[in-house]
Design a protein around this ligand. Sequence first.
Ligand code: ZN
Length: 684
Amino acid sequence: MKSLWNSREAKKCKDKLDVLVYRSRLIGQEAKLCVWGGGNTSTKCEESDILGRKHQILRVKGSGSDLKASERKHFTPIYLDRVLDALKVDKMTDEQMVAFIAQCQADSKAPRSSIEALLHAFVPYTDIDHSHADAILSLTNTKNNKAIAKKVYGNELIWVPYIKPGFDLAKKMYREFQKNPKAKGAILEKHGLITWANDGETSYKLMIEMVSRAEAYIQKAAKRKKWSRPVAKTLPKNLRAQFLEKMMPVIRKTVSAKEQAILFYSHPPAVMDFVNSELGAKVSQVGPATPDHMLRTKRTSLFVKGPKNILDLKEADLAKQIKAYAAAHKKYYQKHKQNGMYMLDPYPKVILVPGIGMITTGKDTKSAQIVAEIYEHSIDVMRSASTIDQYASLSEKLAFEMDYWDMELYKLRQAPPEKELSRKVGLLTGAARGIGKAIALKLAQQGAHVMVTDIDAKKVEQVAKEINKQIGAERVWGWALDVTNEKEVQACINRMVRFFGGLDFVVSNAGIAHVSRVDQLHLNDWNQSLSVNSTGHFLVSKAAVKVLRKQNLGGSIVFVASKNVLAPGKDFGAYSAAKAAQVQLGRILAIENGDAGIRVNLINPDGVFNDSGLWDGIRESRSKTWGIQPTQLETHYQKRNLMQTAILPEDVAESALFFVSNRSSKTTGCILTVDGGVQAAFPR
Ligand code: ZN
């Protein structure tokens, strides 16, 4: 591992806290040192209070923040003299410890300090770094860990047998330190590495040096021996796609029994080597690489057992294996639970499939990706530990203690509350402008994952970019789609299944308009209108319903129709007839799919002009129909409704949100008008 220390950058730091922020970011950006939210760092320095009195302050990472994005405010200030009084007592419960540290905080508004704060306080060096480095875990998660650590580090690092983080570990660390005050740091068994010094640069560089030594030891062993032999082969891309398209909805349905999940599929080389190996099935069931990983990945993954040709695996068999995993978790919970606990979601977060790869789950794509990223590090540890010795982990009892430890779960509770559509995935057509764009924004703002599509690829990709930027998260993806092309539509739905594990809603909005009297209407124009305005909705809903039914988690389909369905206007035959067919199709879909909890509803807007593509090329002809100037068209439409109001894309988006969300959970086959009140178009 290379040191990222840059003297020029470091010189810009104006105090010890700045140096702490600088080196914390260096540690945080090295994924082999710590994963999301893991690891912690501290410095001891002099700070003045409002009255100008000087105090010795421990600045230690607050719980819930991520080292790589460190800022000064993330490090909780604690009065050192006060917190060191904890050395005088022999026992402290976790709750007492948290309350005690809070009483020692120099700023009551600072975040709750890391659960390892006392350890940072007790070791009498000013700068301390703690990581859960992959290479260190590979040494300590072995059968002969103590002997191996001794071989690599001699007395330079103190060996601390496994104790749950908190008061007892801090106390134990302190006692061991007194026995070997010359040590440069410590190895916490099955947990991680600590290095210390009286300046930040040395502490950081010691961390890199110690990890590098472990890496060298592993590399040397790897030259002598392969960690495991392969028993399966990675399937070609098209066959993996076939497997995923068949199985992802089954997986999504089964793991969503308690909490709906979004899936994420990945297949980096190290993961493939692991899922295809003989040992993978065994070591993946031993236990976590470090408690820090377990918070996101659970104690074990599900390693799918299948026939020699994994493509022959039956859907029911896979569902059975997932359910068995959950049942085993329930048993594990029942066996170890204590008063006041409640069972976490028992379904797997990591599913490994020989020949295919890794499928992870989360409340959104981002969380599922984080689980995958963390498990890649778990895999790295399991492979390396198996190379140098035999992989070992915490006992089931000790793992449970951490798995259900409120102090750890606190980290997850720091996340902002979930949005209304946070676990939902949907397809939106005709999203490049106007109504479609407004719907995409509205749904994404509510947390939905939205695949926005349009025949205009460039524009729809731009829409996705804009919305993601606006909401500050990756929630919208833009793809080209011609809704009249059955192959393209099917490929789009398949891609969603592979990417998210399934889908929950469709907003079918793509449409075109054509103005002509029927006796002058060309067959081509008639056909084209039918093709986009009715066949397009048929193709999209046909492909989507198949997945929704297989997934069996309900669903919502929304058709953006038109006021013209109920109150057609002259010269608009091709459009109105096709739209009427669309509405009838929607009603049939509602009738056919109510049994599966799939709701199908329709929105009838009238004359939406803002940023709409529908009026391109028909403004002139439509104005002629009404005997007005093209510039008067907006006013004409506005005047014909009871409220004399303009209909905006956002108004239609509001209705789409209503139908997509559970706000309309008992409504199907319904037409909602968004027309300011056009009496002739009242649904009846
Ligand atoms: Zn730790």
